[in-house]
Design a protein around this ligand. Sequence first.
Ligand SMILES: [Zn+2]
Length: 265
Amino acid sequence: MLSAMKRIPLIGAILIGLAFPACADPRLDALVAAYPDRLASYSDTELVWKDGSRMPLGTRQSTLPFAERLDRASIRDQFAIPYPLASSPFQGPALDSDPGRLRNEAFFLKMYGDCRKGEVTSKLRAVPWLQDHGGGTIRITAVNGVANQLEKVSRELDRLPAAMIAYLVPTSGTYNCRPIAETNRLSVHAFGAAIDINARFGDYWLWSKRPDGAVIWRNRIPKEIVEIFERHGFIWGGRWYHNDTPHFEYRPELIALAKQGWPRE
Ligand SMILES: [Zn+2]
């Protein structure tokens, strides 16, 4: 049996351990906080879901070439490239700087369901899109409150000056059970958690790639639109070297980290 003298430090150590887990990681804290309905906690090696299932976090430092990393991204890889917020200069990102484009497919399948098995459509909710400007109705996942957040985005966009409405109405789609162009990876549209605003004003790296493979970054989307999406947890494909400027997807953990100034210098 422990003596009273020995018990006190032991209890103290346990309490400190609970408050400051040895593996505390601000990125994973942001991830768990962003999806409170589904995620519970994490250990040094695994993400723990509310239903008790566990997923490997992956290695801390990947040495894979970028193209392979896209195909086999781990949960930790999702944070490898920090997301800059709208106040940052609007300019072309550095080579392969695609914040949010590294996605662990198992994580997204578990979070939103597999559209190929009919698991996504039942979770979609109809949301009015720019009601004051005849935007009709769009369907987006209700998981994680994504539909509620997009509804807030829509209401704010509706109040923008008339000249900006053409960028938003009509939209070029939300849910679509399809892979990303020229890949086998599912698009975030397949999870019902992404929207493309009017593609007529959009620029996409695959359309503008030069014969030598270099990407020409170009954007016509006003920053006022981007700022509204980001305020409600959606990241923008215009911040990617492999740009996709009409594209927005729900990744509130990346926005939260950007607000915290992660990574700190
Ligand atoms: Zn898209």
